[in-house]
Design a protein around this ligand. Structure first.
Ligand SMILES: *[C@@H]1O[C@H](CO)[C@@H](O)[C@H](O)[C@H]1NC(C)=O
Ligand SMILES: *[C@@H]1O[C@H](CO)[C@@H](O)[C@H](O)[C@H]1NC(C)=O
Length: 162
């Protein structure tokens, strides 16, 4: 699937281009990438699936720093309590991470790695955290001024008068 399909027929300079495309496609097609948008102060799930294997070691990294690891025979470990795995799901190949009470500090690139032997196991998850507009405050301050505003919205909202 990830092998350059015409490699056998390529000659000369084309071989170099093909090799480059092949390397790029390796980086792209090996692991699935997801974008997850979490609502601030709520829990959200970062997906990761793998081919179930006996006693697989699951590791989650945030910007290449280990934030959680799990080995079924040893139980849960290496966490600040902010993130959890669904332990009972791991045996079924589901190593999704539960990010609890998300905050803007949780934004970033997460990587799920499992030591199964199957290519494409694991995932890359880009996490965004947003605080949607929950209410709009509108008030008339004087005869000629109407004030419109909202609070606690992230990222900063854009406003338009019509
Ligand atoms: C993994 O398990 C969690 C918790 O039960 C669930 O929310 C999620 O959808 C599951 N993911 C997959 C791919 O089955
Ligand atoms: C994964 O790593 C753990 C801990 O090092 C080991 O016990 C387990 O056998 C490994 N599993 C595979 C499929 O290599």
């Amino acid at each position: 699937m990830c092998v350059c399909p015409h490699e056998g027929r390529m000659i000369g300079t084309f071989r170099g281009v093909c090799a480059l495309l092949w390397i790029l496609s390796l980086g792209e097609c090996k692991i699935s990438e997801f974008q997850v948008t979490c609502v601030i102060s709520e829990d959200c799930v970062l997906p990761c699936t793998f081919t179930p294997t006996r006693n697989v070691l699951v590791r989650w990294y945030k910007q290449e720093v280990l934030v959680h690891s799990f080995l079924p025979s040893e139980g849960q470990q290496g966490t600040d309590g902010k993130v959890l795995l669904f332990k009972d799901q791991v045996a079924h190949g589901n190593a999704s991470l539960l990010l609890q009470h998300s905050s803007t500090a949780d934004r970033g690139r997460y990587t799920c790695r499992v030591n199964s032997t199957v290519d494409g196991d694991g995932s890359i998850v880009i996490v965004r955290v947003e605080a949607p507009i929950s209410d709009l405050i509108m008030s008339v301050t004087s005869e000629r001024h109407v004030l419109c505003g909202t609070k606690g919205v992230y990222p900063d909202p854009s406003m338009q008068w019509a």
